[in-house]
Design a protein around this ligand. Structure first.
Ligand code: ZN
Length: 423
């Protein structure tokens, strides 16, 4: 027995010795939790983990000099679609799903994932493959095995809606055709449970649902929609998910989707552009996070209005007031862009500028994509912070984003898991 203990500890010593050490010299270093910016700090890394932070110069295998840079934790985007390449109209969407094979879309997705990493986003929660099956699980695997470069991925595979309520819309095509769908469509609680179990078996980290559709504005300016699930269906989904110790992310635009999703047990509300005060109160009470996806709404608003659907323009008119009210009431805000819903070549850090323009301090805006996003993912202390024991997910930029938030659109240096991806 003692012999085994001895050889085990020898094994660990050897493993530790085999892990390379790096010392990063930081000009400025942000503590994302407190918002404090310190000067002349050194980060000591072993393997993929931060060992210590301080002023001491510790002997390391290599030294990275970022003494003229602002250094901070890698960013987290809680709402992406690596398998989509921007869709303003339903035709843009249909073309991708109908004319691009899943292998082709996956090849494109490897580029999206790489772009996210180059944008300084070292972690993504990807919310649905939009008809590309379980290709997100493969992307995550390929990233984790080092086959391709990309962020740390949390995936939700197929995503769920009810029968007949998601593109591709059958009535846009000849009825004889068997068309693919952007989600798994279910009818009834039994099918809902089966769909959740299948997705979890295939490797879903989150279950994504589309809680409402058919958004409209009333004369008093408030918004309503049609809930997609029956009470039984949405409760079955949440129950199955939570039983397996996973969480539900709900696309929900107005109270008809938001209240149904939260009452069933959803942990995050996606978009929520037409939410009202009752939704905000319930979100605060239940600790539900809001990913407001602001830029994407602006991106699609005009094009959709031209085609006769002005609802995104209506959201655009009211979203600033909604955002301010939600912040005042204490709704937990997490950074989520819906990129993929818009072109991957556009800025992924654009939503930060809305947050600051609408009243958050730059550090509060940064926390939505660091400490708060880490909490949402159940990864607090491991990502979204640079501290003893955290993963070495670190980015650097020339300008100080606590003074000018738009600086986050120019990330110059990226490390994930202790490996440098952008020099
Ligand atoms: Zn989305």
């Amino acid at each position: 027995m003692r012999l085994i203990t001895l050889s085990l500890s020898l094994f660990f010593c050897l493993t530790l010795a085999a892990q390379k050490t790096i010392l990063i010299k930081c000009g400025k270093l942000l503590d994302s939790k407190t918002g404090i910016v310190s000067e002349k700090q050194n980060i000591f890394i072993r393997g993929n983990q931060v060992v210590s932070i301080g002023t001491a110069t510790i002997q390391a295998d290599s030294i990275i000099d970022l003494s003229s840079y602002f250094v901070m934790p890698g960013l987290i985007d809680c709402h992406t679609h690596v398998l989509l390449q921007g869709d303003i109209t339903s035709e843009d969407y249909d073309v991708q799903v109908l004319k691009e094979s899943i292998p082709y879309r996956t090849i494109r997705a490897t580029k999206s994932a790489e772009k996210a990493l180059m944008n300084g986003f070292t972690t993504l929660r990807d919310l649905g493959t939009e008809g590309a099956g379980y290709a997100d699980v493969d992307l995550k695997k390929a990233i984790n095995k080092g086959v391709i470069s990309g962020p740390r991925m949390f995936v939700s595979t197929l995503a769920m809606n009810t029968t007949g309520h998601y593109p591709i819309k059958a009535s846009d095509y000849s009825w004889e055709l068997q068309l693919p769908k952007g989600v798994i469509e279910i009818t009834g609680a039994e099918e809902a449970r089966r769909a959740v179990r299948q997705q979890l078996e295939q490797g879903a980290d989150w279950i994504k649902i589309y809680a409402d559709r058919g958004y409209y504005r009333l004369a008093d300016g408030s918004f309503r929609s049609i809930p997609n699930f029956t009470n039984e269906e949405i409760k079955a989904i949440a129950e199955e998910t939570i039983l397996s110790r996973k969480k539900v992310a709900a696309h929900a635009m107005t109270r008809d989707g938001i209240l149904a999703a939260i009452n069933a047990g959803a942990s995050t509300i996606e978009h929520g552009s037409g939410m009202d005060e009752e939704c905000m109160r319930l979100m605060v009470e239940k600790g539900v996070y809001w990913c407001p996806t602001l830029f994407v709404n602006e991106y699609v608003a005009e094009g959709r209005a031209k085609l006769g659907s002005p609802i995104n323009q209506y959201f655009q008119q009211s979203i600033q007031a909604t955002f301010k009210k939600a912040m005042k009431m204490g709704v937990k805000l997490a950074y989520g862009t819906d990129i993929g819903g818009y072109d991957w070549n556009l800025a992924e850090a654009k939503d930060f500028t809305y947050f600051v323009d609408w009243g958050l301090s730059p550090i509060q805006a940064i926390q939505t994509a660091t400490t708060t996003a880490a909490e949402l993912l159940g990864m607090q202390g491991k990502i979204g912070e640079i501290k003893e024991g955290s993963f070495a997910d670190i980015i650097a930029l020339k300008k100080d984003p606590t003074k000018d938030i738009s600086a986050l659109q120019n990330i110059e240096w990226v490390m994930k898991d202790g490996k440098v991806y952008k020099h």
